[in-house]
Design a protein around this ligand. Structure first.
Ligand SMILES: C[S@@+](CC[C@H](N)C(=O)[O-])C[C@H]1O[C@@H](n2cnc3c(N)ncnc32)[C@H](O)[C@@H]1O
Length: 400
């Protein structure tokens, strides 16, 4: 068996206990349903018409459970196909799904390279998998081959700068522990890590924590048999070669270099080189989360608040609480992607934000505030610019 396949049989990733399903739902990007609707379907997906989903390299089930649970709760029809090479990871994912009583999921122990043997899909989730394939481009191509004409993909791949220090250590630890069982390799590598000097880039990188969470996390980060990071430029090139167009990097504001540039300096580099500049200047991006679709759908993909029939949703905060902060200071401060971010939002937008509940369309929010479409549009665009850039605001008609 291939070394990477062996690793995920011995240590299914991430380490999850199905008993915890009664206590919490793990949510995240990609594949948070309102987020994928926002970035891939203009916030106007007709969820009632049904959605076929592929979770490619589903592991122990985080993305799978998030999708199945939120769509089930919303009462919308869906079918999910789970693929993973690891039978052990599948067992954990099946137990998590059973613990929640979720239905409509087909499990297959198979490679995502065979994705199109299982059908074509409206949405494909592929989180943390492609960078582990012997030929990652074959993986991008296989996902494209199973994407329906009107569909989209959400994916995550590793990024180099935020993982500073990982790769020299991975090379060293793999060389020293070659031939040992995973358990012995982890024990030896833990001892070596203790002796590595504090000045090693890995030890100076505060963004890397997986190795502290579990043995599976340690193995995945520092003893991985195959793992290559992608710059944002390389990711766009891989999607391009697969015939796909990247429509969003998430959160979008993370890919804007302007906060670091002196006033008046705005180099005209083109969209991908501008994002690369942000990645290079930020230096902390550990993973890239991207949404991609067919090039002919790219123009209609990202939601825009010009259409007042769309429904805004807030992530991680309730409308009234956010409105209170805006009314008090005309500003919202949050820590996102390990950065303190300050967003300016006019105080007079607070009553609009207070009414965002994930069910009320923009037209009704404007009517309640007694604002005409032009006045509303001007004020709301400031809310939208600040909050959707950092992934706090999305548009979707999903009834959640
Ligand atoms: C780092 S885990 C990510 C799991 C899950 N997507 C998540 O984000 O929690 C990578 C998973 O990809 C699976 N995998 C690796 N190569 C694969 C392939 N060719 N086809 C399907 N699954 C694969 C592994 O077995 C493992 O479960």
């Amino acid at each position: 068996m291939d070394k990477v396949q062996r690793q995920y049989e011995d240590y299914p990733y991430p380490d999850r206990d199905p008993a915890e399903e009664t206590r919490r739902l793990i949510v995240g990007s990609p594949s948070f349903p309102v987020e994928l609707d926002h970035h891939l379907f203009g916030g106007k997906r007709d969820w009632a018409a049904g959605t076929s989903i592929l979770v490619a390299g589903g592991g122990t089930g985080d993305g799978l459970v998030q999708l199945a649970q939120i769509l089930t709760r919303a009462g919308v029809p869906h079918e999910i196909t789970y693929l993973d090479l690891s039978a052990k990871a599948r067992e954990v994912a099946e137990a998590r799904v059973a613990a929640r009583g979720l239905k409509g999921i087909r499990f297959h122990t198979d490679s995502l390279l065979n994705a199109n043997h299982h059908g074509t899909f409206d949405y494909i989730d592929c989180c943390g998998v492609l960078h582990h394939l012997p030929d990652p481009q074959a993986g991008f191509d296989a996902l494209a081959a199973s994407l329906a004409p009107g569909g989209g993909i959400g994916l995550m791949v590793y990024a180099p700068h935020g993982r500073a220090g990982v790769y020299p250590l991975q090379d060293a630890l793999n060389a020293v522990t070659d031939g040992l069982s995973p358990k012995d390799a982890i024990a030896a590598a833990r001892q070596i890590l203790e002796r590595v000097p504090d000045g090693h880039p890995f030890k100076r990188n505060p963004h890397l924590v997986d190795h502290m969470a579990s043995d599976a996390g340690f193995l995945d980060l520092l003893l991985h048999g195959r793992d290559r990071p992608y710059t944002v430029t390389e990711l766009h090139a891989a999607l391009d070669r697969a015939g796909l167009a990247c429509v969003a990097m998430v959160p979008p504001a993370q890919y804007d270099p302007s906060p670091y540039l002196p006033d008046g300096l705005a180099p005209d580099l083109g969209p991908v080189a501008t994002m690369q500049l942000a990645e290079n200047l930020r230096g902390t991006i550990k993973v890239h989360i991207a949404y991609a679709t067919w090039p002919d759908r790219a123009g209609e993909a990202n939601a825009r608040p010009r259409d007042l029939s769309i429904v805004p949703h807030l992530k991680g905060v309730a409308g009234p609480a956010l409105a209170k902060a805006i009314a008090a200071k005309g500003q919202v401060r949050v820590t996102l992607a390990s950065e303190a971010v300050r967003m300016q939002i006019p105080k007079k937008a607070a009553p609009l934000v207070a009414t965002v509940d994930g069910r009320t369309p923009l037209s009704a929010i404007a009517a309640r505030a007694r604002l005409d479409p032009v006045g509303f549009g001007a004020l709301w665009s400031e809310v939208d610019r600040a909050l959707s850039g950092w992934g706090i605001l999305h548009y979707s008609r999903l009834p959640v």
